[in-house]
Design a protein around this ligand. Structure first.
Ligand SMILES: [Zn+2]
Ligand SMILES: [Zn+2]
Length: 265
């Protein structure tokens, strides 16, 4: 299984989960044109994409979803709450292209067991997804203000992850955002800070076999790639995890362009 980030951040999120010649598109926050250009750049054939999974209805996750579904003739998977929030923005879609799921469903797509996991975010019924081929397991954890024990249990034994490091708490507090936006981002229905993300990763290292983590959904204003990597590394080292392979894998995904492939192994 390979994960390609096509873009990661508040101006658009889209990931490709490729496995045995077929692919899933996880979120579609770029325009159709930009999505297809990014797929070409990472060598993914649009014809191999069999479905689009949506995490929640914010525009940075759905902007291209309707167009791409129509262009490729592929279904969209999302919770009923997300559909309620998103349908006005998706354009006309045939009924058989809308697959509504429950927030804890497990289902198979492209020989991958996909598990939906409820997350905590200021949207109607947000979920993240875990991808398990039977041999390898990965999660893309973004757009959640907190991580619960239940979520840690669902993510246990992942080999690899994309982990939201949205903001550095001090940069957010000192930064230019208006007070209500600072409060929203930092709340437990906002986004994970670098330190929150580091704690999640340390818990997953302690209880499982995770060896790779790419950092995503970084704020342009309240974080930097260097600050995110430094914060996570520092925390893991302080937890006695200096020799864990995951430390060497830490890579901050670019906001506007495809990142390096994450080969889940
Ligand atoms: Zn987002
Ligand atoms: Zn969001």
């Amino acid at each position: 299984m390979e994960i390609h980030s096509l873009a990661s951040g508040s101006s658009g999120n889209a990931y490709i989960i490729a496995h045995q010649g077929r692919a899933l598109l996880l979120d579609a926050g770029l325009s159709g044109k930009r999505t297809f250009a990014a797929m070409a750049a990472v060598g993914v054939n649009p014809g191999s994409v069999t479905a689009i999974l949506i995490t929640h209805e914010h525009n940075d996750h759905i902007a291209g979803a309707g167009i791409i579904s129509r262009r490729l003739g592929i279904p969209l998977y999302m919770t009923a709450g997300t559909w309620q929030g998103a349908k006005g923005a998706l354009g006309k879609l045939a009924e058989d292209k809308i697959h509504l799921i429950n927030a804890r469903d497990r289902f198979y797509l492209n020989d991958i067991e996909v598990t939906a996991m409820p997350v905590f975010h200021d949207s109607q019924e947000p979920v993240n997804y875990i991808f398990d081929t039977g041999r390898h397991k990965a999660v893309i954890l973004t757009d959640t203000g907190c991580v619960t024990e239940e979520m840690l249990a669902v993510m246990a034994n992942c080999d690899a992850m994309v982990l939201e490091t949205n903001h550095d708490s001090e940069m957010l507090q000192r930064g230019p955002y208006p007070w209500h936006l600072k409060k929203r981002v930092a709340s437990d229905r906002g986004h994970l800070s670098n330190l929150q993300a580091a704690r999640v990763l340390a818990r997953l290292v302690a209880r499982g076999k995770i060896t790779q983590a790419y950092l995503g959904h970084l704020s342009a204003v309240n974080n930097s790639r260097e600050a995110a990597i430094a914060a996570v590394s520092k925390y893991l080292v302080a937890q006695g995890m200096a020799s864990e392979p995951v430390l060497d894998s830490l890579t901050a995904l670019p906001r506007h362009s495809p990142g390096p492939v994450l080969q889940v192994k």
